[in-house]
Design a protein around this ligand. Structure first.
Ligand SMILES: C[S@@+](CC[C@H](N)C(=O)[O-])C[C@H]1O[C@@H](n2cnc3c(N)ncnc32)[C@H](O)[C@@H]1O
Length: 285
């Protein structure tokens, strides 16, 4: 096998190839990469080129264009998307759930067996849906009662694998109260020192799906009382945001809530929802 001594500089990514990558990523995921992301993209891909033993970015683009390009495209989107997240991020949404949404649900649910359904629509490595599971276990019904259901999805298979494992470094868990750490996590020992794993009972209550939000053919049959779609819309342009919000609104039950990231206002986006407070929208009844 030929060994390449590859010393890639990020400026080796030509404008033409970067343009191609931007168009491809946009076409498949609607993630918009501007010129300011070029260095970031090049540096994230440099390691991949070494792994694939490709001499340069032009050859990488050739691979993506070829019939073998499909799995690589999935990898590319994985590397490009930003997966930053943490437990109990943007706590105001959790407060609103406890103070407004759950009491409303208790008052209006028709039967004891009705389950409260919530979807974490860009769940990254699982911090958000597991935070929701803890929150519901604490404020609605214990894990064993099956009074709530959580669906979680992401376009990135890499983060979904992490989410399913549910193992987190202690530093990631600063938002989790000590008593919850005891109740809902197992402390790692030996090789896993410095880590916690979400207990199996809780892991089983979160269903993970590989899903591109922009495809709209979501695999859920029952509507949701709440959808968390946070810190992902920021990557999409306005027409894409409109399509996405329409898809999500269709999956909410009347009176259901959509939570978006606090830096993601829907102002300027045409939609059928009503603003309740910053970053919280309701589907009118
Ligand atoms: C910054 S993280 C947000 C995680 C979490 N919602 C939070 O607020 O902490 C954004 C996530 O959106 C996912 N994503 C990007 N484009 C997507 C798409 N078209 N469909 C589904 N997920 C997507 C990324 O893979 C990433 O994990």
């Amino acid at each position: 096998m030929v060994e390449f001594d590859i010393k890639l500089e990020t400026n080796h990514l030509s404008e033409k190839d970067y343009d191609f990558l931007c168009r491809l990523v946009y076409e498949k995921s609607r993630i918009h990469l501007g010129p300011e992301k070029k260095v970031l993209v090049a540096s994230r891909l440099a390691k991949r080129l070494r792994e694939l033993r490709l001499p340069g970015y032009a050859e990488y683009c050739e691979l993506l264009r070829s019939p073998q390009g499909e799995p690589e495209l999935r990898y590319l989107i994985d590397r490009i998307s930003t997966n930053h997240t943490h437990f109990f991020r943007e706590i105001k949404h959790f407060d609103f759930l406890r103070e407004v949404v759950l009491p409303e649900w208790q008052a209006k649910k028709r039967a004891e067996s009705d389950a409260f359904r919530i979807w974490s629509a860009a769940c990254s490595s699982g911090d958000e849906p597991y935070s929701l599971a803890i929150h519901l276990a604490e404020n609605l019904a214990p894990v064993a009662a099956k009074a709530w259901e959580i669906e979680a999805s992401d376009i990135s298979t890499r983060v979904l694998d992490l989410a399913r494992q549910g193992v987190y470094e202690t530093a990631r868990l600063t938002g989790v109260k000590t008593e919850w750490l005891h109740r809902y996590f197992q402390k790692g020992v030996r090789d896993w020192e410095g880590h916690f794993r979400v207990r199996e009972e809780l892991r089983q209550r979160v269903h993970f799906h590989h899903l591109n939000l922009l495809e709209g053919n979501y695999p859920f049959t029952k509507p949701f009382q709440v959808i968390f779609c946070r810190n992902v819309m920021i990557y999409f342009d306005r027409p894409t945001q409109e399509t996405l919000v329409a898809h999500l609104a269709a999956r909410l039950s009347p009176g259901g809530y959509l939570m978006v990231g606090h830096s993601e206002s829907l102002s300027g986006v045409k939609h059928s929802l009503k603003l309740v407070q910053p970053a919280i929208y309701i589907k009118p009844i």
